[in-house]
Design a protein around this ligand. Structure first.
Ligand SMILES: [Zn+2]
Length: 229
């Protein structure tokens, strides 16, 4: 990020989003007011998108779903991202996790914050792109759906609700783009340059209940001398 980037309005908008602590907690103790504030901030930062597209919410308002109507019927595109983050309670943050600090980094600037690469960057990136295209008067050929979930880090019910809403309406996606990898360096053997890591799949969730049935047996205490070498 170059020095000029510090004054870029898009960087300012991303920083505003990073400062809102939308921390998901698996025990349900998250600060729901922060999530509501994040959603209202989206509307304030991207008024053209939220007035130009059809907007609804799913999953008790946690998911935001927008439809950008296309010129003609046809397979849609779905652009997904999530705006919750994992907790930042652990010590060791060299910069506060929700201050969106910019620091010099050689000729560049570095932006610090929980969610900077997972995944508020994608939320902001999608909205910046749509906003810019709306400004040019662009109309997509087919519908484009945007969906932003607020609980991806804790099971992702909002994304499931958005998918169910699309399925109910018979929406067929020709493209679904969700979060992927980051720009990484030193992660791949033999490659020293910064590299864009593209994710082709995402981890799933499996809940397993394990039971063991066995007949009771006479306990035998193994003596130290019985231990295998
Ligand atoms: Zn993520």
């Amino acid at each position: 990020m170059s020095d000029a980037a510090a004054d870029d309005p898009a960087v300012g908008r991303l920083r505003a989003l990073l400062r809102i602590p939308t921390v998901s907690r698996i025990d349900g103790s998250e600060d729901r007011a922060a999530f509501a504030r994040f959603r209202s901030t989206l509307r304030e930062l991207f008024p053209r998108v939220f007035s130009g597209l059809e907007v609804e919410t799913v999953a008790d308002d946690l998911g935001v779903l927008l439809r950008w109507p296309g010129r003609s019927p046809g397979d849609a595109a779905v652009l997904m991202a999530h705006y919750d983050v994992v907790p930042a309670d652990e010590p060791g943050w060299s910069h506060p996790p929700f201050a969106a600090e910019l620091t010099p980094d050689g000729d560049d600037l570095r932006l610090w914050g929980r969610g900077a690469i997972d995944d508020k960057n994608a939320v902001a990136g999608v909205l910046e792109a749509v906003d810019a295209l709306l400004g040019e008067g662009f109309v997509p050929e087919h519908d484009v759906w945007l969906t932003f979930g607020g609980d991806e880090e804790v099971m992702g019910h909002a994304a499931a609700a958005a998918a169910a809403a699309l399925r109910e309406r018979g929406v067929r996606a020709r493209l679904v783009l969700d979060e992927g990898g980051a720009i990484v360096q030193g992660q791949f053997p033999g490659i020293t340059e910064p590299t864009a890591a593209i994710g082709l799949s995402e981890k799933g969730v499996a809940a397993v209940r394990l039971s063991v049935h066995q007949a009771g047996a006479t306990a035998r205490t193994r003596r130290a001398t019985d231990a295998p070498p």
